[in-house]
Ligand binder design. Structure first.
Ligand code: WT7
Length: 573
């Protein structure tokens, strides 16, 4: 078995085994000001605490894209987020209200998001690529009263159909804000707002601060609700797993529309007080290597698809850059192939550390650590303070190397506290007494390392993004030509999986390349670019159960040329 030994050095988690025995989450409280003052707010701990502790002049944020290049100190971030908190409060936001943020990455996104949390709101970040239907579904479900967006994205918010939505804050000059009575200029409000901290809402550790919509295999996207107490685990994993030190320059490539982009693009690093790099715009190997070089990034958290794309790019691109500042690399979101780990070792001289967690878990749970050996292909071992196991469907714990459900002993600090407006869905995760069942299949080897095997539902992980087949199928059948649709993930070298749709056409429509393109455009313009099926296959009929459910299992078997298994429930078998 191939093992990559740790590099000599000192690390924030020196002794994994001993820490597992002695650690208690009570110890993490010491890091926070609420431990002394009793005043709780994760945004205060993320920004203001560093000013209180004498780090106000330290750079908190480096932001750049094709047209901007800016830096903000913790003092500046404190003032901007205080102003944003005033804006929300003046417009009537109360503790617990959902406030959505629908913007591409920009400093204003970070001001608005943290300002809303300061004001006591529960923030719902929406990925910028969402189109009207995806936006509508999330705003409808959450009954949000307020959203912040940009002039480019505002037309995707169908506010006439969203009676709860009272206020749409639009960034940029005030011209857009004049177009409708629900529109308000965010920039004008910010300019007029005080920088004092009187708009901070002190909350309870169990009050919500973020609502991330994510997909399951059935039904609409669900709102995963996290509470301020998550800060304990975000801070502790930023220390142990990201291995942050005071002078680190940290870059997380995830967008705050996804949980990695909040838990480790905002909260983890800033709770720890390091300098955070945010790069706007799209991925390209040149742009990413330049970002690493120009900011002298030391700690880099990214995803397998990105590493695979870098790996596939011509070597000459890599050779142009000096990446010697890098000290620690991490990955999340999909299985990290051993060959990617080997590539990282070859080109950076560093091990890529895989981490496993989910939107629902709020923070990292199973990880590789700088001080521990890495078995390439393994997700690593549970963090101290958390128990993970492999269990069967009845909740019995399985032995070494036996495959089963990856489950976590319920009750870790960053665990989701509810699914918005959907208690039955929430309870499904905890149906086995004492456990959170993840939906992933895995095994644990004799050394306690966990090995990912797959999802045991139909959720598709494509390019590190999680898409539910149901949302795409529902949209597909709204297309004028489509009678039935089934969507699966098809294994892909670079993206992990791509989305593949099987469709049966209505009478009077014939399969054609034009029709394929038209269907792709339809999904792209109404749902989201990342939800577009890269492959569409026309079928006369789709396999269905007698109750009319599309059998994705059979579609997968067709695709992979595997046996279709038990077809006794299939209609017309
Ligand atoms: C699903 C959760 C929160 C991180 C971003 C994804 C898959 C996550 C790994 C890994 C193999 C992984 C799982 C999980 N996943 N990390 N290290 N190795 N698979 O969060 O969108 O909520 O998706 O991502 O299938 O259940 P998410």
């Amino acid at each position: 078995m191939e093992i990559l030994e740790p590099k000599q050095g000192t690390y924030q988690l020196e002794d994994y085994s001993r820490t597992r025995e002695t650690f208690d989450w009570e110890q993490t409280k010491e890091a926070f000001s609420w431990n002394k003052t009793g005043n709780v707010n994760i945004a205060y701990e993320t920004i203001d605490r560093h000013v209180d502790e004498g780090r106000g002049e330290k750079t908190a944020l480096y932001y750049s894209d094709a047209s901007r290049d800016e830096a903000y100190t913790f003092q500046a971030m404190k003032e901007k987020t205080n102003q944003a908190a005033h804006v929300f409060k003046d417009l009537g936001v109360k503790k617990g209200d959902p406030v959505f943020i629908f913007m591409p990455r920009s400093p204003e996104l970070y001001f608005a998001l943290l300002g809303a949390v300061k004001a006591g709101a529960v923030v719902g970040p929406l990925f910028e690529a969402f189109m009207q239907d995806a936006v509508r579904a999330r705003l409808e479900d959450s009954e949000a009263k307020m959203i912040v967006t940009t002039p480019e994205l505002v037309s995707r918010i169908p506010h006439e159909e969203l009676p709860h939505l009272e206020t749409i804050l639009v960034t940029g000059d005030s011209s857009k804000a004049d177009e409708h009575e629900k529109y308000v200029s965010f920039d004008e409000k910010m300019k007029a707002a005080s920088t004092d901290d009187s708009a901070i809402e002190w909350v309870d550790l169990e009050d919500g601060f973020v609502l991330h919509y994510t997909s399951g295999s059935t039904g609409k996207p669900k709102g995963v609700y996290h509470v301020h107490k998550a800060m304990l685990q975000q801070y502790q994993t930023a220390k142990w797993v990201l291995d942050l030190r005071e002078d680190d320059i940290y870059w997380c490539t995830a967008d705050p529309g996804w949980v990695t982009g909040t838990s480790y693009g905002i909260f983890g690093p800033w709770l720890y007080g390091v300098t955070n790099v945010v790069r706007g715009g799209r991925f390209s190997p040149d742009d990413w290597y330049a970002t690493l070089q120009n900011y002298k990034v030391t700690v880099w958290y990214s995803a397998p698809t990105a590493f695979r794309m870098l790996m596939a790019a011509p070597k000459e691109i890599l050779e142009k850059y000096d990446l010697s500042s890098l000290r620690h690399i991490l990955s999340v979101g999909e299985p990290l192939n051993p060959e990617v780990v080997r590539w990282g070792w070859d080109v950076f001289g560093l091990r890529i550390h895989d981490t496993w967690w989910m939107t629902e878990t709020g923070a990292m749970l199973i990880c590789n650590y700088p001080s521990e050996p890495i078995k390439p292909g393994s997700m690593g071992k549970p963090i101290p303070g958390v128990d993970a196991s492999i269990i069967d469907d009845d909740g019995n714990e399985l032995g070494p190397n036996e495959m089963g459900n990856l489950a976590i002993r319920a009750g870790w600090p960053a665990q989701m506290r509810k699914i918005w407006n959907n208690e039955p869905k929430f309870n499904e995760y905890f149906a086995i007494e004492g456990w959170y069942v993840s939906g992933d299949t895995a095994y644990k080897d004799e050394d306690g390392y966990f090995w990912f095997q797959g999802r045991n539902d139909d959720v598709i992980m494509t390019a590190g993004e999680r898409v539910g087949p149901f949302e795409i199928e529902s949209k597909l059948v709204e297309h004028e030509a489509i009678a039935e649709a089934g969507v699966i993930g098809k294994p892909d070298e670079i993206r992990g999986h791509i989305i593949k749709a099987f469709v049966a056409l209505k009478d009077g429509y014939e399969p054609s390349d034009d029709l394929q393109d038209n269907i792709k455009k339809f999904i792209k313009s109404e749902l989201a670019a990342h939800a577009v099926p890269r492959e569409i296959e026309f079928k006369d009929k789709l396999p269905k159960t007698r109750s009319g459910k599309i059998m994705r299992r059979v579609l997968k078997a067709w695709e992979l040329d595997e046996p279709t298994g038990d077809l006794s429930t299939m209609d017309d078998a």
